[in-house]
Structures are given as C-alpha cells and as structure tokens.
Design a protein around this ligand. Structure first.
Ligand code: DAH
Length: 337
C-alpha cells in the first residue's frame, strides 16, 4: 500500500510539473484531491489495511496530500507571475516625484507676525471659544440688549444665551474673570457676523483683541502701542490716524486707521478711494466693564483694542477683495510661500 502511494505521489508531482495552464493544474487537483479523487479513496480504504500498517499508510497519504497541495500552490504562483509584464528596470537618472510645498495662509501669516510684534512689548496670547455666552459677548462688555450697537452686530444666535462671538472682546472678560491685574494680553481668533459678503466684509473673519490693565495706563500708551504695531507690521512709511468713536466697553473710544498700503494713500478700491483703511477699534476700558469682572475701577485703568486681521492682510499684501482669502484658490495661496 505504501509503495502504491509513493508511485502515485511521484506521478502526481510530475503532472504538476508538466502543467502549462491553470486549467491543467485544476485537473490534477481534482484527480487527486477532489471529492471523488484518488486520495479520498485511499483514506476510505484505510479501514481495510491491517492495523499494524495503518499508521504508516495514513502518514504516507497525509504527506502526499501536503506535498501535492504545496506543489500546486507554487506552480499556480509561477504561472501567474509569468503572465504579468515584467517590472521596468529602475532608472536612477529620472527626476524624482515632486511633492508641491504648501504655504502659510495670509491670515495665519498676519496673526503670527502680530503675536511676535506684541510679544516684544510684553503681551502674551490668551484664547477663548468661538461659541460664547451672550453675557460675555454683550452684557459684561456694557452692551445691554437694547443697546444700539447690537443692531450693528447682527449675531448668529445658537440658543437664548449662546452665540457665535461677534468679536474677540469677550476674551477680555474671560481673562479678567480669571486673573487679577496687571494684564497684558492679545487674543487672536475667529468672529462671526451676519454680514452680507462683499469686497471688504465676510460673515466669518478674524480679529486680534488687545487688553492692557495696570495702575497707570493712558490713551497715549494706546496710541504709541498701535503706532508701533503699524510700523512693525506695515513698514516705517505707514501713517496712523485716530478718530473719535463710540464703543460701549471703552470711554473714550477711538477708531484707528492705517494709511492704505496698496495705493500709498492716493486712493484705490481697497481703501474705497479715501487713502485710509479702518483697522482697529480701541479705547480706555470703561469702568463698568471693570465692575462686571470685580476689578476696582478706582485702582486700575487700562486700554483695549480690537483689530481686523483680514484688513491688515489685505493692505499688507495688496489683496483687493476679502473673498480671495476664503476661496482657497491655490494660484492665489501659493504666492505667500
Ligand atoms: N470689538 C470691537 C468690534 O468688533 C472692536 C473693539 C473696539 C475692541 C474697542 C476693543 C475696543 O477692545 O476697546 O468692532
């Protein structure tokens, strides 16, 4: 019996060797390993083998089965490989794959530079959430519900007391709630207003808020700081002007304009032909705001400002339309490499 298995094994392996196609191999497989094949036949016949030979015969059959399965697999792989085109030779003189380099977004560039400039004046960065309470965005900033400035700041309300912040000013409140004076922080971040989009307005934009609270702070310090910032950010030629204004959270309040960098002050589309572009609102922190956060307005005073980052980016880089900052056109963005 063992001899018979040995002969069958030799023959089967020879057939595998001689096979030319997958179909040939399949035929061999069926003939030996298939349900009605020779090997199952042998297994069935084991019953009739004398008990003292049974182990040896069984072992020979199993080893045949394994060898045949391995030979079939190897030959199948060999045939498949043969049908694939051979891999092209590696050519080390070909140029490599070019991975295009990304670039910083102009809004990020301005934020990063502003953070560096204010850091030189001792300001550190504080942050607050985009979803803010109505209390911190308005009430704590001395802006009650009936206040006229609310209508200017069309707000995305999420819930009766939750909104998408319309300004970075609520971060002032967060910081003062958490720590005693003195304070010298800037807070860059996103703001949201229900503005109709045009060349200079976007429903989603960025501001940098600044807050400086100590015992002796004056409007002159504020002017000096913003003028220093303007020259560092725009270059020594920039002109800065302050106009009286109103904000609920500062008294007195000013608006700060930079001379238009795009036209050099002569007048163009970006500055709406005025030669100036409004960059920041600012002023001396209103004592009522200090009262809201539990500061003693007799002991401390301070200035605050909030500026538009997109506006700065537009005049710094000569971008004529704010929408270009959000279209993600790579031809535009790649220029800031
Ligand atoms: N939050 C104001 C705005 O969005 C800008 C502003 C004005 C911020 C005066 C201030 C400030 O901190 O003191 O228009």
């Amino acid at each position: 019996m063992e001899d018979k298995i040995g002969a069958m094994r030799a023959e089967a392996l020879e057939q595998v060797d001689a096979a030319q196609t997958a179909a040939d191999l399949e035929a061999v497989r069926i003939a030996y390993l298939g349900r009605k094949g020779l090997l199952p036949e042998i297994m069935k016949g084991l019953r009739d083998v004398p008990p003292e030979q049974r182990a040896a015969v069984g072992q020979a059959a199993n080893s045949f089965k394994e060898a045949l399965a391995a030979a079939l697999a190897a030959k199948t792989a060999a045939l498949t490989r043969g049908t694939l085109p051979s891999a092209p030779a590696f050519d080390p003189t070909l140029p490599g794959t070019v991975h295009p380099r990304g670039s910083r977004h102009p809004v990020s560039l301005v934020i990063e530079e502003a953070v560096r400039i204010f850091a030189r004046l001792g300001f550190t960065v504080a942050e607050g959430p985009d979803i803010e309470t109505g209390y911190r965005n308005f009430d704590a900033l001395n802006t009650p519900d009936y206040h006229p400035s609310l209508s200017e700041q069309d707000t995305f309300w999420l819930q009766p007391d939750l909104l998408l912040r319309t300004q970075t000013s609520p971060v002032q409140i967060r910081v003062m709630e958490q720590q005693p004076p003195p304070i010298r922080i800037i807070t860059p971040g996103r703001c949201y207003r229900r503005d109709t989009t045009d060349a200079t307005h976007s429903a989603n934009f960025h501001q940098i808020e600044g807050l400086y609270v100590d015992t002796e702070v004056s409007l002159a310090d504020l002017k000096g700081t913003l003028a220093y910032f303007a020259r560092q950010m725009m270059g020594p030629g920039v002109q800065v002007r302050f106009r009286p204004h109103f904000f609920p959270f500062t008294e007195p309040s000013v608006e700060c304009d930079f001379s238009c960098h795009v036209c050099g002050g002569k007048g163009c589309r970006v500055c709406k032909h005025s030669g100036w572009i409004e960059i920041a609102g600012a002023g001396m922190v209103d004592p009522r705001v200090f009262a809201k956060v539990g500061y003693d307005a007799e002991q401390v005073c301070g200035y605050a400002f909030g500026m538009g980052i997109e506006r700065i980016a537009m005049i710094k880089y000569g971008i004529p339309d704010i929408r270009m900052l959000y279209e993600n056109d790579l031809r535009f963005l790649a220029q800031f490499r």
